[in-house]
Each structure stands twice: as C-alpha cells, then as structure tokens.
Ligand binder design. Structure first.
Ligand code: SF4
Length: 235
C-alpha cells in the first residue's frame, strides 16, 4: 500500500502543467486548469500518470501562471486546480487567495483523500469536482491507498454539508467496480440528498492504444436512476 507524502509547509506550489483555456473543467465557465504535481493515490486506471510523482520538479512557476492570469481577466471566468491531487500542495490556500484577488472563481478537482486539507479548502473554493472512486469500503481496490475510502467518505459528507457548489463523478472501471457497487453508491448519494451523479467512461492507455472499458448496461443505469439522475460522460 502507498504511504501518504505531502509537501511541507510553505513549499512553493509545484505545477506539472497548465491548460490555458478549457470549457470542460468548470461547469458553465471558461477556465484555466493548473495541474499540480503529486498524488497519494495510485489509481489502477490513472489518466494523469505524469503528475503522480511528488518528487518531480514543477515545470511552470506560479509567478508565470499569475502573469498569464493577470493578462486574461477579460477572457477567463475561473481557475481550476487539478492534478495529481492538488490538496497535496502546502501552498494551495495562498495560491487560491492570490487568484481570487484577480476576480476569478476557483475550483478544485480532488479525490478528497486528504480530509483535513479538504475540509479547510472548502472555506476558499467556489466549486469542487469530487471523484468518488468506488464504494468507500472498496476504495483500496482502485486507489491502492490504505484507508482512502474512509477519508474520502468524511470529505464527501463535509462537502455535502457545505454551501460549496459541486459535481460528483465516478470513472467506471468495470474490472474493479461491479454494477451492484454503483447501485449501492447511488443509494448512499440519495440518502445524503444528492440529485445528480456523472459516470465517466474509463479509457485505458497502453503503448499509445486507447482501450475503452464498457459503461454499465442500460438495465443497471435504470436501476441507478431510481436513486439519482445519471449523466454518462464519454470521451
Ligand atoms: S487521483 Fe487522479 S492523478 Fe491520482 S492516481 Fe488517481 S487518477 Fe491518477
């Protein structure tokens, strides 16, 4: 099992890459996406493996990011921290505050497994894209990180009890997630007042070839829809 390793206090934001314009990463807004370096998870289908290694040096300085954002305030609405797992960055709050001073909305894509940091960040962000990996007691099958399900569940409940806007999504890797797991998650979401859940197609990238893992059957989607409204997201 992987051990959680976070950046120490006041270490500069480590940025692996930046997407300057996106219409997909913050619902209804034009955003820039900052991909933070480092992730405590080791997801079986990881779509951003270059950003996992926390020891890899940053590729772009935060000062350069700020200069870009200062020059695009008329064109962009929001900035999204993605990764990797952005909560691993110790200077994230400071970075968010600087970006908000420029007038941007700020969002975060997260797995929520760093609970203390997640609960704190809810005070600063406008929107959260929260990845539910699978049923909470089966998380290790996907994340290969001990106790990650317990942490993610605590974070998700904190999000649902906050006033922060959010989107909940699950990458459906049917090699590890059974249809009944999805139905159980849907029940949990319904019990906690959630109305909408996004199921994302899982794409495995191997030696330049993209392999699509099949989405659940229509029958399963119908069962899930008894609890929450489902959006299927295909690549
Ligand atoms: S949380 Fe995201 S970046 Fe981290 S291992 Fe999982 S898929 Fe990869």
């Amino acid at each position: 099992m992987n051990k959680i390793n976070v950046l120490k206090q006041h270490e500069a934001l480590r940025i692996g890459a930046m997407l300057k314009f996106s219409t997909l990463d913050y619902p209804g807004k034009i955003s820039s996406v900052i991909f933070c370096q480092g992730c405590p998870n080791r997801c079986v289908y990881c779509h951003n493996p270059d950003f996992i290694d926390i020891s890899r040096p940053g590729q772009i300085s935060f000062d350069d990011v700020l200069d870009f954002l200062k020059s695009r305030t008329e064109l962009l609405d929001a900035v999204v921290f993605s990764g990797g797992e952005p909560l691993i960055q110790s200077d994230l709050v400071d970075a968010i505050l600087q970006i908000k001073q420029l007038g941007y909305l700020v969002g975060i894509h997260t797995s929520g497994v760093l609970t203390d940091r997640f609960v704190d960040i809810l005070n600063y962000v406008d929107w959260v894209g929260f990845d539910i990996k699978t049923e909470f007691d089966k998380y290790h099958k996907i994340t290969r990180l001990a106790n990650s399900g317990e942490s993610a569940k605590t974070s998700l409940l904190a999000l649902l009890n906050s006033k922060v806007d959010f989107e909940l999504r699950t990458t459906v890797d049917s090699r590890y997630i059974e249809d009944q797991d999805l139905i159980n998650i849907a029940k949990f979401l319904r019990e906690n007042g959630v109305k909408k859940w996004i199921l994302q197609e899982c794409i495995l990238r191997d030696s330049g070839i993209n392999l699509k893992v099949p989405l659940p059957s229509n029958e399963t989607i119908l069962k899930i829809s008894q609890y929450v409204s489902v959006d299927l997201r295909k690549e």
